[in-house]
Design a protein. Structure first.
Length: 146
């Protein structure tokens, strides 16, 4: 099966999901069987990071021989600028000017349940906030502070 059409669908889906990030090319294996229900993994480059997607062939149009696919991220794709905005919204009024640093990467690709740290700080103090990836849509929650 030619995976070129699913690669373009993956790029389009990721651009829609993260319009503020640079979405590059997608790559799928070339030896995919054209059987309904078959699942394979592809990757899409998002802000320079490869994000895996699980792709399932759900149907085949016999007239056009085009596949119909279910596309789901295999890991959480988290835009760090959204995490920074989320953390700023959690701060009390007096701390809103604090520096929030989640690292230099514009995107983090993590297993659901994985954690990562961001730091909050100003001239007087610094605090580390641990966040957890809740789902493949990129939802994060605060898991702890220190």
């Amino acid at each position: 099966m030619n995976t070129g059409e699913v690669e373009q669908q993956l790029v389009d889906a990721q651009k829609e999901a993260s319009p503020d990030l640079d979405v590059g090319e997608a790559a799928c294996p070339s030896d995919v069987k054209a059987e309904i229900g078959s699942t394979f993994e592809c990757v899409v480059t998002v802000a320079g990071v490869e994000a895996p997607y699980a792709v399932t062939l759900t149907g085949i149009d016999t007239d056009t021989e085009r596949g119909q696919f279910d596309l789901k991220p295999a890991k959480a794709i988290i835009a760090t600028d959204k995490v920074v905005a989320f953390l700023r919204a959690q701060l009390n009024e007096s701390s809103r000017g604090a520096r929030v640093d989640c690292g230099p990467a514009k995107v983090k690709v993590l297993d659901v349940g994985a954690t990562f740290d961001c730091t909050l700080g100003d001239a007087r103090s610094t605090q580390t906030v641990t966040l957890r990836a809740e789902d493949v849509e990129g939802t994060v929650v605060i898991a702890g502070t220190r």
